[in-house]
Design a protein. Structure first.
Length: 325
């Protein structure tokens, strides 16, 4: 494929203020399409593809940010910055709509620049389709189909990465386990369709209660986990209280008498997957037997001493050997 030449402008066009018209920086240069094609074929990561494309195009066109809006959400180039004007281009391959590229600039692109970008985007389109297909398949393999949350398989990979970062880069985190109280009665009394609605509602409440840096997982049934990007006891209690408040304020959860119990553990550098999970699971078990609708932290990792691990309790302790649901 031949290099794509940029249209030449006179001196007036070159000195035109960027606030009135987006312009080429180097009107006599070329984009090395062969090099661009080769580099784009080396990755299936959407942000990486945008970085590669931007690296080749930005010397010739003015924009501060580049985003891809697709069925997988919004991806953007590294250090993408918002600006006043969003120049949008639909990307298609053989009649298939892949998404929309959005160039963020302080001016609307000229007609000449728009036509030039469309030619460069043809080089991006096929690698982009391959990456979208790959990531769609990957998402299906790591997502719970009912709630859209990450699944147990993805949890195992994620917690291993976090433990490695904790050991090597001193990046601490916490593991929170959650279990719905009285969920079995919902399925038994109202059917599995209502049970599914309850699980979907709980997933929505979890998304609303955690931060963007935290990751939520569904293991199956009514068992959930959150990897919290913080190892402070106080942070975990704030998130736990926020979740339980959201559940308590949910009309659907109240209608079917469902609450949740929570246990969490703060990761240590010496931890492995099993040891961390066991501590969080023991805390969850204690929360259940402390009366449900309660949260509890693993004591040996608490940032401050406390006499009772039961941080929140709205119910009476169940009788000995009582079945937990």
């Amino acid at each position: 494929m031949d290099n794509v030449h940029i249209l030449t402008y006179g001196h007036t066009a070159m000195t035109q203020d960027a606030s009135t018209a987006a312009h080429f920086y180097r009107p006599t240069s070329v984009v090395n399409v062969t090099a661009l094609t080769q580099e784009l074929q080396r990755s299936l990561e959407l942000p990486t593809l945008l970085d590669i494309f931007a690296e080749h195009v930005r010397p010739h066109a003015y924009f501060t940010g580049l985003q891809l809006h697709s069925c997988l959400g919004v991806n953007e180039m590294t250090n993408s910055q918002d600006n006043a004007v969003a120049n949008r281009f639909d990307i298609e391959v053989e009649g298939e709509h892949l998404g929309r590229l959005v160039y963020l600039s302080d001016a609307t692109f000229s007609a000449a620049l728009q036509e030039q970008l469309k030619k460069w985007q043809q080089v991006l389109a096929y690698p982009l389709r391959n990456a979208l297909t790959y990531n769609r398949v990957l998402r299906l393999a790591t997502r719970d189909p009912l709630t859209g949350l990450n699944n147990r398989s993805d949890f195992n990979m994620s917690v291993e990465k976090k433990l490695e970062a904790c050991r090597r880069q001193h990046r601490p985190f916490s593991l929170m386990l959650l279990d719905l109280d009285y969920f079995k009665q919902v399925n038994d009394n109202y059917g599995h369709q209502v049970g599914d609605q309850t699980l979907q509602e709980f997933a929505t409440l979890l998304r609303q209660s955690v931060r963007a840096t935290d990751s939520i997982f569904r293991f199956g049934g009514d068992e959930f986990a959150i990897l919290i990007d913080d190892d402070h006891y106080t942070t975990n209690t704030v998130i736990a209280e926020r979740i339980q408040a959201a559940v308590g304020n949910s009309e659907l959860m109240n209608r079917y008498g469902v609450s949740c119990s929570i246990g969490f553990a703060l990761a240590q550098a010496k931890d492995v997957n099993i040891s961390l999970f066991e501590r969080a699971d023991k805390a969850l078990y204690q929360a259940k037997f402390s009366g449900r609708n309660t949260y509890q932290g693993a004591s040996e990792l608490s940032a401050v001493p406390f006499t009772s691990l039961n941080a929140h309790n709205d119910n009476q302790k169940p009788p000995k050997n009582a079945k937990i649901s």
